[in-house]
Design a protein around this ligand. Sequence first.
Ligand SMILES: [Zn+2]
Length: 64
Amino acid sequence: MKDKDVLPSPKSRFLKVSCTECSSNQIIFGCASTVVKCRACGKQLTIPRGGKAKIITKIDEVLT
Ligand SMILES: [Zn+2]
């Protein structure tokens, strides 16, 4: 089990994350330019930051 909460600078890759609210897993794009929300509970998972997404939920895995 990995304990990374935040990656320093996610590149163009997909991330498997789990929601800190409801533990639902979902795949998100690492440089999403829009707000990504949990599909189960609607909690915000990313903050768009000029081409990069700041991930504000738990990252389980980086899919390369
Ligand atoms: Zn959720």
